[in-house]
Design a protein around this ligand. Structure first.
Ligand code: ADP
Length: 387
């Protein structure tokens, strides 16, 4: 408290005194007579000397305080820029101590810096802990994926054998079956097919978690035609037609060719699965006018896959892209082809490519899935892919 008062009075005194000189100058200019009548004696000399000393001391104090404030301001700026080494540079000198406000400010700044250093240390140690837990989780996830891959591979081979034996029995290659036996064999066949499909989908999901895309320019029309060819037998067995319309030969997308095929095969399979016999599936493409902003500018193509099948109820539209979600009220989902993973896989692959998938549907009328996939911007490679 005492220190504070001392500083305040010194400041007030020095400020008052720094105004005396200009006042004297003004008096000298306005009333020269008073100055001429001024008599020099020891008392006057003493007063002038004391005044000069006080003025000098006041100015000296002001200079010191202003220097200290400028040091503090520089340190505060360094602190704001994240330079925590500033902590050591704020030394509270005896002169700084004389001004309680300034030394208080310096102490506060030091405290803030200490607290910041403590917080940064704590954050750094938490970041190290997080990094370690992340490494452990990644290793565990890798082991889980390896385990799932191994188990699914081991399960698939005997299941395929079982299915082949059942097919041979059903075709009468091993001997004739009674109608009851045929019914049981058909049930075994349909269940083994369902298990084989489920295993394949689980393998796909596991692979998606651990593999990276091999991105190359892909001719869109060719990829659609090849995928349609892969499901041709299934289409023929149901009398379903696939119409590929309006996909320019020159449209080249940028993606992983196997994954792009997987997207189309899954969507075509669903369209076949959930369509009535003699249904029609139509594929169209449109250039998307939207463009991503920033240095990695990309253009997209919209691909529509439309069917006139059973459709999806509005309340189910939001959940069909989740893993293992099947719309249970549909009689079709109880077939051997249904696993509830197909659309989840499609969505993940599309998003891995930086694209989007949407669905519009009317129950009893049909569904339309729209994919937005990035177009290739690399003209040199596009011509090769288009060929
Ligand atoms: P699933 O193996 O059951 O077909 P999906 O993830 O591929 O699994 O599809 C999830 C659900 O979305 C399906 O159970 C089905 O009810 C519905 N669905 C998907 N595609 C279509 C479609 N083209 N028409 C009608 N319903 C569909």
């Amino acid at each position: 408290m005492q220190n504070k008062k001392k500083t305040q009075s010194a400041l007030i005194l020095s400020l008052c005194l720094t105004t005396i000189i200009p006042i004297l100058v003004v008096i000298y200019l306005i009333k020269p007579k008073i100055i001429y009548e001024f008599e020099f004696n020891p008392a006057t000399f003493l007063i002038i000397s004391i005044t000069a000393f006080i003025v000098f001391m006041g100015m000296f104090m002001l200079l010191k305080i202003s220097n200290s404030l400028s040091v503090l301001s520089k340190n505060a700026t360094r602190l704001a820029q994240g330079d925590l080494a500033v902590n050591n540079s704020i030394v509270i000198t005896p002169t700084l101590k004389q001004s309680t406000e300034v030394s208080g400010l310096a102490e506060s700044l030091n405290l803030i810096t200490e607290q910041l250093i403590f917080n940064v240390d704590e954050l750094e140690s938490k970041a190290i802990l997080l990094e370690r837990s992340n490494d452990v989780l990644e290793k565990l996830n890798q082991r889980k994926n390896e385990f799932v891959s191994m188990v699914t591979h081991e399960l698939r081979a005997p299941l395929i054998n079982i299915k082949q034996c059942v097919v041979m029995l059903l075709e009468g290659k091993i001997g004739q079956l009674s109608s009851d036996q045929k019914q049981s064999m058909l049930m075994i066949k349909s269940n083994s097919e369902r298990l084989i499909r489920l295993i394949a989908d689980i393998l796909d999901v596991t692979k998606l978690d651990s593999t990276q895309l091999q991105v190359v320019p892909v001719n869109l029309k060719k990829a659609v035609e090849e995928s349609a060819e892969a499901v041709r037998h299934w289409c023929e067995s149901k009398g379903i037609t696939i119409n590929i319309r309006n996909i320019p030969k020159t449209t080249v997308i940028y993606g992983d060719i196997d994954r792009i095929h997987q997207i189309f095969i899954n969507l075509f399979s669903n369209a076949i699965k959930y369509s009535h016999p003699r249904g029609v599936i139509t594929i169209n493409s449109n250039f998307n006018k939207e463009q991503t902003k920033g240095p990695m500018q990309r253009q997209f193509v919209d691909i529509e896959i439309k069917d006139n099948g059973i459709g999806i109820a509005p309340e189910d539209l939001g959940k069909i892209f989740e893993r293992f979600v099947k719309v249970e009220h549909s009689a079709y989902t109880r077939t051997s082809e249904s696993t509830g993973l197909g659309l989840a896989i499609v969505k993940e692959i599309v998003e891995m490519h930086g694209g989007k998938i949407n669905v519009e549907s009317k129950l009893g009328k049909g569904s339309m899935f729209t994919l937005s996939l990035p177009l290739s911007m690399r003209k040199d490679q596009d011509s090769q892919a288009a060929a």
